[in-house]
Write a protein that binds this ligand. Structure first.
Ligand SMILES: Nc1ncnc2c1ncn2[C@@H]1O[C@H](COP(=O)(O)OP(=O)(O)OP(=O)(O)O)[C@@H](O)[C@H]1O
Ligand SMILES: [Mg+2]
Length: 501
């Protein structure tokens, strides 16, 4: 018997014009967490899609549980014991949680009618196994991302999965939710389940992994036990070059006030927010997921109704009722949720890059200047290294991180006075992170006023001139760069004000 539960060898996957996997291997031991690492577009998700039957591999061999396999569909893989919790979740949102859990195998009564009562009761039993407290009659769409993922995990457990694949599962979870997930992972491990884990978050990878495999540009680089690796080693394996300056902050002169907001209030999310933002400044917003930072920015960008408060731009009060108003006033917002608010999936990278600038008339009114639009797209593809065969490629064919890069380009192209970026590097690999950081710094140097929301403390501390910390809709602290201190920021963020001088 092999020591591996899964052996993938020489896997090749070709898409029209793209060789996404060029002969890749992966060997996973039972009862371990095996992390896949690589830059955006390296082929991690594609490799998993080939395993679970979402894509048909061009060639290569897969041995699972001692037998050669070739799954034709997700259902086949699931029934054999391989479950995947997706990077882009795709359950049936309008149906109940129980319905989603038992999809394709709902209990019946009288031979043909769905037995909802039994479905709900059995769901509760499954949820209890992973310490999950959800009413099975809730509609899937009403769950948070974290809960949806937990339902998917419960589903995997209910199929007695031997392998559970998690593709960037923690990207939108709160710290407490991450801890819950890690507990579940430890529990699955103890039952000899193997977890294949994909993430760009180094600290978390080094916390939970047993083995790490690294991929670069569709090729397999190496696998090793965590003990034999360091973060620096993994980064250099991933990137194939040194990433030296993660936070290339340069001091630049800070000018007059560009944006001023007074006593913003909106529902229960934004309680009383006032601040000033200056020319050339990067103002960081720190806080935990759910602190009201995104909601504050949505008020400024006209996506959310203001109950109270005033917004001033260059000293004049402005009324922003819609994103169009904001864009006209040269305010841009890169949203955190690229699926919900940003991506035009079927359309090309060119259109996705140009669409905001287009609405400001950059490409003409009557006849579109396609040539300029293409040039703009190519410029950003080059500048932030978007991995794509062409600027005409539909954006949905790009890897998750590369989609995010295109959206960064979209807002930079509008040449805003105020640029708000919300978790700009979520899902982005270390190399590209450094590129985006250096772009943001450069923009500040050109005199733009920038707001950066980030849940990653090193990022927000590395990049900002000042940091505002929020907690449950209120501002709990403002720090100048000379006062930055991670402990202090965490205290403000958690609403723990003891021992703060
Ligand atoms: N359906 C598709 N059609 C064409 N090309 C595709 C398709 N799916 C993936 N690709 C290409 O395959 C390559 C690998 O993408 P993949 O999504 O596997 O990367 P990844 O390692 O998961 O990256 P990320 O960290 O950004 O999620 C990319 O160049 C991508 O453009
Ligand atoms: Mg991916």
């Amino acid at each position: 018997m092999s020591e591996y539960i899964l052996e993938m060898t020489d896997i090749v996957k070709e898409f029209p014009g793209v060789r996404a996997l060029k002969g890749v291997e992966l060997k996973v031991r039972p009862g371990t967490v095996h992390t896949l690492m690589g830059e955006n577009g390296a082929g991690k998700s594609t490799l998993m899609n080939c395993l679970t039957g979402i894509y048909h591999r061009t060639s290569g061999k897969i041995v699972y549980d001692g037998k050669e396999v070739d799954f034709k569909s997700v259902k086949e893989a699931l029934e054999a014991g391989i479950a995947m919790v997706h990077q882009e979740l795709s359950p049936v949102p309008e149906r109940t949680v129980a319905h989603n859990l038992w999809l394709g195998r709902l209990p019946l009564k009288n031979g043909f009618m769905i037995d909802h009562k039994a479905a709900n009761e059995k769901a509760k039993v499954e949820f209890a196994k992973i310490g999950l407290d959800i009413d099975p009659t809730t509609k899937m769409k009403d769950l948070t991302v974290a809960k949806m993922q937990m339902v998917e995990i419960a589903k995997a457990v209910s199929y007695n999965a031997k392998i559970v694949i998690m593709d960037e599962p923690t990207s939108s979870l709160t710290d407490a939710e991450v801890e819950h997930l890690f507990n579940i992972i430890a529990d699955l491990k103890s039952k000899n389940v193997a977890i294949i884990y994909i993430s760009h978050k180094m600290d978390e990878i080094f916390r939970i992994s047993d083995d790490i495999s690294v991929y670069r540009d569709g090729t397999y680089i190496a696998t090793d036990k965590k003990e034999n690796l360091t973060m620096d080693k993994v980064v250099s394996l991933m990137v194939g070059r040194e990433v030296t300056n993660m936070f290339p902050k340069v001091d630049c002169p800070i000018g007059e006030t560009v944006l001023k907001v007074e006593h913003l209030k909106s529902g229960k999310w934004v309680k009383d927010v006032s601040f000033e933002l200056h020319k050339g400044e990067i103002l960081g917003f720190a806080g935990l997921v759910g602190a009201g930072r995104t909601e504050t920015m949505e008020c400024i960008f006209g996506m959310r109704h203001l109950d109270e408060g005033k917004i001033f731009l260059h000293g004049k009060e402005i009324k922003i009722k819609s994103p169009e108003d904001a864009i006209k006033n040269k305010i841009a917002l890169l949203t955190e949720d690229r699926r919900g608010n940003g991506i035009l999936g079927l359309l090309s990278i060119e259109v996705n890059t140009g669409v905001a600038a287009m609405s400001m008339g950059r490409y003409g009114k009557l006849k579109l200047n396609h040539k300029l639009m293409k040039e703009d797209a190519l410029e950003y593809i080059d500048k932030i290294r978007v991995k794509t065969p062409s600027s005409k490629t539909p954006i949905k064919n790009l890897s998750g991180g590369n989609q995010q890069k295109v959206l960064v380009g979209r807002w930079l192209l509008t040449d805003p006075d105020v640029l708000i970026v919300d978790e700009p590097t979520r899902g982005i690999d270390v190399g590209a992170k450094a590129e985006i950081h250096s772009l943001i710094t450069q923009l500040a140097g050109e005199g733009k006023a920038i707001i950066m929301i980030s849940s990653e403390l090193p990022e927000v501390m590395g990049m900002s001139d000042r940091i505002i910390v929020m907690h449950e809709g209120d501002m709990t602290g403002i720090l100048d760069r000379s006062e930055f201190d991670s402990e202090q920021i965490l205290k403000y963020a958690t609403g723990d004000f003891t021992n703060i001088q």
